[in-house]
Design a protein around this ligand. Structure first.
Ligand code: BG6
Ligand code: MG
Length: 219
């Protein structure tokens, strides 16, 4: 296929449903500290770095922690989160995702990962996708969190694709905003009422017709 476009995938909540593991682990942390937060509040944590997530949660619980305790809580959360990740294998790849990836590979369309997670490589390895990406940009490569466009701009540059020719799949509000801020084509994966700022929204990848992808790529 003749295309000057490239694709950038978010990881958590797009390729795998690790968003539910993040929620469980953050909720346990909050509960252990004596408070709770809702699923609606959790939407604000999606796409947000580990550190910023903890800051938000502590705000909700009206708690302040010392630097040492803050670090300890982040480590505990990650340990708990990784206990879920440890059980993952390629069956965890969300329905319809593999088909899109296979289509991109068959048609020589470059694609990258653009994730806030520092666990991204570990997870991609577990689901057997680590070697498939042309570039991986994750939480260890960026200094500015989504909605800052940094992560996606670095990914597009690594693919040698212009921002306006980059198509981003995102499940978080912050991520959709990051893609829009980068002047990229944003595709929200989730609910229209949450991700309405995206150029297109699909409930999940099974709703995406390969013809739609083809049209976007050849436009
Ligand atoms: C994002 C998730 O992909 O990565 C957030 O949507 C998470 O929920 C962030 O906090 C950082 O992930 P990690 O794995 O480095 O704690
Ligand atoms: Mg996500």
């Amino acid at each position: 296929m003749e295309t000057n476009k490239g694709v950038i995938f978010d990881l958590d909540g797009v390729i795998v449903d690790t968003a539910k593991f993040h929620f469980l682990a953050w909720r346990k942390l909050a509960n252990d500290l004596g408070f709770d937060f809702t699923k609606e509040q959790n939407e604000q944590l999606k796409g947000v770095s580990r550190e910023d997530s903890l800051k938000k949660i502590l705000d909700w619980g009206e708690l302040e922690l010392s630097k040492t305790e803050f670090k300890r809580q982040m480590a505990l959360k990650n340990e708990n989160y990784l206990s879920y990740v440890a059980k993952m294998d390629e069956d965890e790849i969300l329905p319809g995702v593999q088909e899109v990836i296979d289509y991109l590979i068959e048609n020589n369309v470059p694609f990258a990962l653009g994730s806030a997670s520092k666990n991204a490589r570990n997870i991609l390895k577990k689901i057997n996708l680590l070697d498939k990406f042309d570039a991986i940009v994750d939480g260890t490569d960026v200094s500015k969190a989504k909605p800052d466009p940094e992560v996606f701009l670095i990914a597009a540059e690594a693919l040698n694709i212009k921002p306006e020719n980059s198509i981003v799949f995102e499940d978080s509000v912050a991520g959709v905003q990051a893609a829009n801020n980068a002047n990229m084509i944003s595709i929200g994966i989730g609910e229209q009422k949450t991700l309405g700022e995206a150029n297109y929204v699909f409930t999940d990848f099974t709703e995406i017709d390969i013809e739609f992808i083809k049209k976007l790529l050849t436009k």
